[in-house]
Design a binder for this molecule. Structure first.
Ligand code: SF4
Length: 287
């Protein structure tokens, strides 16, 4: 009997770095990382985009599971599922903040318009190999494993290809965005590097990567953006994560006051008083 693989929730029970935690430390703000992952401060505010994105993501995973068996949920079915996830997420989020004139109902109406366009542009059915595939990898010199979850893995081989033709794997990641990504953004994206690296370590094959980006707008649009990674990207990633790990172990958590995250930061009030506290607070936390 095949041994069942651990779920993401089980992987989280062991000491780990998640991809999103390290991305926060490297690309967003070290101090935000400290408040969220080390001190575990309750969010002073949670922008509604977070529960929205998480609920949207859950529904796209359900759509991928259905598509794997050749079916597709309708936009109405997806919207009903979204409404349930979204309301639970909003209830669980600390101090949720809506923008002026926004409410739960119009967020659900926005999601419905987004599902309609997602369905029109949906590409994958029988070629789906896995949905929500968790991973854990050890990287050279890192004090903890790195964990994450691949939204969907597809094979580029079609039923019409020669059965001896070499199949190629593509990792697909679902994204919601306020504005459509530029075509060159996937080439620089850290997630594509980490997830491609993890897939290759786990499966022994080099994958391609595709972001499926849908805009959260009055008239939503979808783009499928392709990219790939090579050995040089992987070598740079190993050093980047190693240095981030050393910074975290050493208690280095600097504010990044030019960060895009400052305007919606869940810890803005803590950050405003950061310099009034002794640096020993942070150093003690990681000791
Ligand atoms: S307000 Fe800006 S600098 Fe301060 S913790 Fe948040 S993201 Fe970092």
């Amino acid at each position: 009997m095949e041994e069942s693989k651990p779920t993401l929730a089980q992987l989280k029970e062991q000491p780990h770095y998640s991809y999103s935690a390290l991305n926060t430390y490297i690309n967003t703000c070290q101090l935000l990382y400290y408040y969220r992952y080390i001190e575990k401060v309750e969010a002073e505010r949670t922008p509604v985009a977070l529960p929205f994105g998480s609920a949207f993501h859950s529904v796209l995973s359900e759509q991928a599971q259905a598509a794997k068996t050749g079916k597709l949920l309708t936009a109405d079915e997806m919207t009903d599922a979204f409404a349930t996830y979204f309301q639970v997420n909003c209830k669980d989020a600390a101090n949720i903040v809506f923008k002026r004139d926004e409410n739960i109902e119009d967020q659900i109406a926005t999601a419905k318009r987004m599902f309609e366009v997602v369905n029109k542009e949906w590409l994958d059915y029988w070629n789906i190999q896995s949905v929500t595939e968790p991973f854990r990898i050890d990287m050279p010199g890192l004090s903890k494993s790195v964990i994450g979850e691949l939204d969907m893995v597809i094979s580029e081989q079609t039923p019409f290809d020669d059965e001896n033709a070499k199949s190629s794997d593509t990792i697909v990641d679902f994204k919601t965005a306020a504005r459509m990504w530029s075509d060159d953004r996937p080439a620089k994206d850290l997630q594509a590097t980490v997830f491609s690296y993890a897939f290759e370590k786990t499966h022994g094959r080099r994958p391609s990567f595709r972001f499926d980006v849908v805009t959260k707008a009055k008239t939503p649009t979808v783009k499928h953006l392709h990219t790939s990674r090579d050995d040089d990207h992987y070598q740079r990633l190993e050093k980047l994560f190693l240095m981030a790990d050393k910074g975290i172990q050493a208690g280095i958590f600097l504010p990044n006051e030019g960060s895009f995250a400052c305007s919606d930061c869940p810890f803005a009030d803590h950050c405003a008083g950061w310099h009034c506290k002794s640096a020993h607070t942070e150093l003690r936390q990681v000791a």
